[in-house]
Design a protein around this ligand. Structure first.
Ligand code: HEC
Length: 155
């Protein structure tokens, strides 16, 4: 009796490790836009840090809502001016991020819903386009620096 109990005990850490390894494979339910807002975006969008458009501020959100859900969600996700990519949360998925954008738009009079599969596709395509533009601009800057280095070699 004592022996089998201790052998079970000996296996406990292994069982715990197996549970941890299995966890990421299980699909996590998506958080609501409001939950993501509270966890990630509120820090800046409640008070308007660095001119972040404030939650519920219809005047500030009107021109943003006019850009369209796919364009605005994609550009904000990739990062725009003082708005950090993913709201600064490296683990935040595009879909949860986009739900938070829709929630912010609704808070300010818009009628955007949680994106469906078709909207998610359009947001991804727009984000990829924006990233391509960023990459091209960075490559041009790098090429210009390389040219300068050839023209003015170190002495
Ligand atoms: C560290 C502060 C900060 C956090 C956190 C943050 N934002 Fe922002 N956000 C900003 C600022 C500042 C701007 C205004 C950018 C500008 O116009 O210079 C902005 C702008 C935006 C815009 C408008 C983008 C545009 O094209 O003008 C959207 C949409 C947005 N944020 C969504 C979010 C969402 C959703 C989250 C949370 C997942 C979030 N933000 C988290 C600072 C933040």
């Amino acid at each position: 009796m004592k022996l089998s109990f201790s052998s079970f005990q000996a296996r406990l850490p292994l069982l715990a490790a197996a549970a941890v390894l299995a966890a990421p494979a299980m699909a996590q339910p998506l958080r609501s836009g409001e939950a993501v807002y509270r966890a990630v975006c509120m820090a800046c969008h409640d008070t308007g840090v660095a001119h972040a458009p404030k939650m519920g501020d219809a005047a500030a959100w009107k021109p943003l809502i006019e850009e369209g859900q796919d364009v605005l969600s994609a550009h904000a996700f990739v990062g725009v001016r003082a708005m950090p990519a993913r709201g600064g949360d490296e683990k935040l998925s595009l879909e949860e991020f986009s739900r938070a954008v829709a929630w912010l738009a609704r808070s300010a009079g818009g009628n955007w819903q949680d994106p469906d599969a078709a909207m998610m596709h359009r947001i991804r395509v727009e984000a990829e386009k924006r990233l391509d533009d960023d990459i091209r601009a960075k490559q041009e800057l790098k090429a210009a620096l390389e040219r300068q280095d050839k023209e003015q070699p170190a002495r």
